[in-house]
Design a protein around this ligand. Structure first.
Ligand code: SF4
Length: 488
């Protein structure tokens, strides 16, 4: 879509409406405002490229300025969707603001019409929004709005937010967004834009990350991770605080603390999701991964000849384990740079195929007793296949160490940790999982050890312990989760 007029409250989103998808997506967002002419589309494109690991199924960019607003989005990787020709469509002299989004979704919602940014026309002009996380009360709010005659044209919960913002016609964009922040529940980081400004916000628990950067010659960036700022040539200023709404426009940065701040950021950002070069909420990602390995070495020592990690996010923890234990570190698995991350392959069949496409054992493992460090065990199929690969290659023993605690509960805040019945640790104890994956021994880091390694006062650990700091979707209850845990 390009050059959309903006005059009323009608919605100008994409294709056919469908039922709400199962919640569960991990996304990357970026927003740029500059006070003078630069290639905004190219900047957002660079930022998205740096956030590609946060979502590989669809992506989009919306750019605005003067009287124009243009959007391009589609299924595929940033490099596939944004050809030079497509980027050219987003380039115009008066462009001052832009937002971008990379999306991962569950299979059912992996459809073009759910790609973001989303746009809506309102009396505030044409607004665009990109969202990382999940609104746990979106279904109820959507039903209420449908009852009042609202029309939805995507199946993702982000559309509830942008429509709510648009419906508060008597409020400014900033005031309407602040009001909507108080109405939505769950874990989310969102960027919103019109032709003159960008807004960045996080839920009161700060479950999903969002950072602020500045360009030396003027202008600001919001992005899911600091790595995007670096690539765009912006300098890191600070994190958006939990519950904070930050606006960047020609006058600079304006902040308001909309919701009480009770920080419990997602522990999985440090375990697996975030790029290793980042610092989120003051805690280094790489340093935390190294410490997770050190903690594992203390909590679960092994009599072995070599420590190896599963590339990429298991490598830092493996190095930490090796340093702490004194067991030599080596590269035991070669990772093809052209295969995607197996964790987010959309079907079990593809996931199995991808393990062999992605990983191959090196000769270093032949005849060795191996400590194998990985960041997580979700279903156990990938882990079992890796153990099998190492044995086939000649490893004499494989001692599996995991830098996250057992995942027993679903995530309601935007991470697809698989359906509950598919989670290996939801149904099995550690010994049964060890048997399933064929390892000689298996140990997970403890919750306390993980928290120590990350180094923040509190993080969300709900997928490990069932205690949801930002609430659960309507109809579910934390008590049920804990009762289930106690029953096992
Ligand atoms: S439930 Fe797990 S994956 Fe979801 S936000 Fe909490 S720690 Fe992160």
């Amino acid at each position: 879509m390009t050059d959309m007029p903006f005059d009323d409250l009608s919605i100008v989103l994409d294709d056919d409406p469908k039922a709400l998808d199962k919640p569960g997506e991990e996304c990357g967002v970026v927003a740029v405002h500059v006070p003078h002419p630069v290639d905004v589309a190219a900047l957002v494109h660079l930022g998205l490229f740096a956030l590609q690991h946060r979502g590989q199924e669809s992506c989009g960019i919306c750019v605005a300025g003067g009287d124009e607003i243009r959007i391009e989005k589609d299924m595929g990787l940033v490099t596939e969707v944004f050809t030079e020709e497509r980027l050219d469509k987003l380039r115009f002299a008066l462009a001052r603001t832009g937002i971008g989004h990379t999306r991962y979704s569950t299979t059912g919602s992996s459809l073009r019409f759910n790609a973001q940014p989303l746009t809506v026309r309102s009396n505030k002009g044409l607004l665009a929004l990109a969202h990382n996380g999940n609104f746990t009360n979106a279904r109820r709010m959507r039903d209420e709005m449908l009852g009042e005659g609202a029309v939805f044209q995507t199946t993702n919960d982000s559309e509830v937010m942008i429509n709510l913002v648009a419906r508060y016609a008597h409020l400014s964009l900033e005031d309407a967004t602040a009001r909507v922040m108080g109405e939505l529940e769950g874990g989310f980081a969102v960027v919103v834009m019109d032709k003159r400004r960008i807004l960045g916000l996080r839920d009161g628990n700060g479950v999903r990350p969002l950072v602020i950067g500045a360009f030396d010659d003027g202008g600001y960036v919001f992005a899911s991770e600091p790595g995007a700022l670096h690539v765009m040539g912006a300098r890191f200023i600070r994190d958006v605080r939990p519950g904070e709404l930050v606006v960047a426009d020609d006058q600079g940065l304006h902040s308001r603390q909309v919701l009480p701040s009770t920080p419990t950021p997602c522990a999985f950002e440090w375990i697996y999701f975030a790029r290793g070069d980042g610092v989120l909420d003051g805690a280094q990602v790489h340093g935390a991964r190294l410490r997770m390995g050190e903690v594992l070495a203390d909590e679960a020592p092994a009599d072995a000849d070599m420590v190896i990690g599963v590339p990429e996010s298991g490598l830092a923890a493996a190095l930490g384990y090796a340093r702490r234990s004194g067991i030599p570190y080596d590269i035991g698995l070669y990772k093809s740079p052209y295969a995607g991350r197996s964790f987010i392959a959309p079907s079990p069949h593809l996931r199995d195929q991808k393990v062999r496409l992605k990983l191959a054992p090196t000769e270093a493992v032949v005849g060795k007793r191996i400590v194998l460090v990985d960041d997580s065990i979700v279903r156990g199929t990938t882990s079992g296949r890796i153990v099998q690969l190492l044995r086939e290659a000649g490893a004499s023993e494989v001692h599996f160490r995991v830098s996250s605690p057992p995942i027993r509960f679903p995530c309601y805040y935007g991470i697809d940790t698989a359906a509950r019945q598919e989670l290996a640790a939801a149904a099995m104890g550690v010994e049964a999982i060890r048997e399933r994956i064929g390892a000689d021994s298996l140990s997970f880091i403890s919750e306390a050890g993980l928290s120590r390694a990350i180094g923040l006062a509190k993080t969300c650990l709900a997928c490990f312990n069932g205690k949801y700091p930002a609430g659960m979707p309507d109809g579910d209850s934390e008590k049920e989760s804990l009762d289930e845990l106690a029953a096992r």
